[in-house]
Ligand binder design. Structure first.
Ligand code: GTP
Ligand code: MG
Length: 223
């Protein structure tokens, strides 16, 4: 069997598992967001702040993919929400069957919002559907504005691009307008939110975005 055939079969199985996950999420009425980025763009930091801000209004849980440690799950769990860790076994992304297994440990029906923090990687996570309602990605101002053209799939697949670490703009040569222009050239519908998970700038708009997506699912307007 060739390498190409094996890769196609893996993707085929993943798509089947993702469909089953999606059915389960819809039956439970929980909105599921797959958050992706390169390593260190600020996923866990943003999710810590998101959990703090939304937990009084929404029942939130987070599943995080960490290759080697429990650090992210420990950080997230310290905010009083269920935070489960998936160790993707050396792979550079989370797969749908791993989400299914993690969900066996959650009471999905009791949740409003489930966020998946994918493995830090700008390429592979975008190739694997998890059954989520939306994908969002973080591009941080410390990574370079050339990333949309270099790693196009994640920008194409995402509903929203979160431009994080804007507090660092004065210290970098990051060109915000160029990043947005190049990302929207790949995905004209891409929603863009600018923020700093450190200073809190822009976070209210992000919290509002997440709440609005949860409400849209409840109202049957998730697509
Ligand atoms: N200056 C600044 N630093 C930030 C911001 N958001 C996150 N950081 C810092 O960036 C580093 C990485 O943040 P994490 O939240 O761990 O990033 P991550 O995307 O979860 O990382 P991985 O899970 O390893 O891919 C930490 O030192 C954070 O404190 C921000 O908005 N501004
Ligand atoms: Mg993290």
């Amino acid at each position: 069997m060739t390498e190409v055939t094996v890769a196609q079969e893996v993707l085929h199985d993943n798509t089947r598992d993702a469909k089953a996950n999606r059915q389960r999420f819809d039956e439970a009425g929980v909105y599921v967001l797959n958050l992706m980025s390169g390593p260190g763009a600020g996923k866990t930091t943003l999710l810590e702040r998101t959990a703090e801000a939304l937990k009084a209004r929404l029942k939130v849980a987070i599943i995080t993919g960490d290759l080697e440690t429990r650090r992210d799950a420990d950080r997230l769990g310290s905010h009083g929400i269920p935070a489960l860790q998936i160790n993707p076994g050396g792979a550079c992304h989370i797969e749908a069957h791993q989400i299914a297994k993690a969900c066996d440990r959650l009471e999905l029906k009791a949740l409003d919002l489930l966020i998946i923090e994918n493995v830090g990687n700008l390429v592979c996570p975008a190739e694997f559907e998890l059954g989520e309602h939306d994908k969002a990605m973080i591009l941080s101002c410390a990574e370079g504005h050339d990333k949309p053209g270099k790693y196009p799939l994640m920008f194409r697949e995402s509903r929203a691009m979160l431009l994080n670490k804007i507090d660092l703009l004065p210290y970098t040569d990051f060109d915000l307008d160029a990043a947005v222009r190049d990302a929207r050239a790949l995905n004209p519908k891409l929603e863009v939110l600018k923020m700093s998970a450190r200073t809190g700038e822009g976070l209210e708009e992000w919290f509002g975005w997440v709440e609005a997506r949860c409400q849209a699912l409840r109202a049957g307007r998730s697509s």
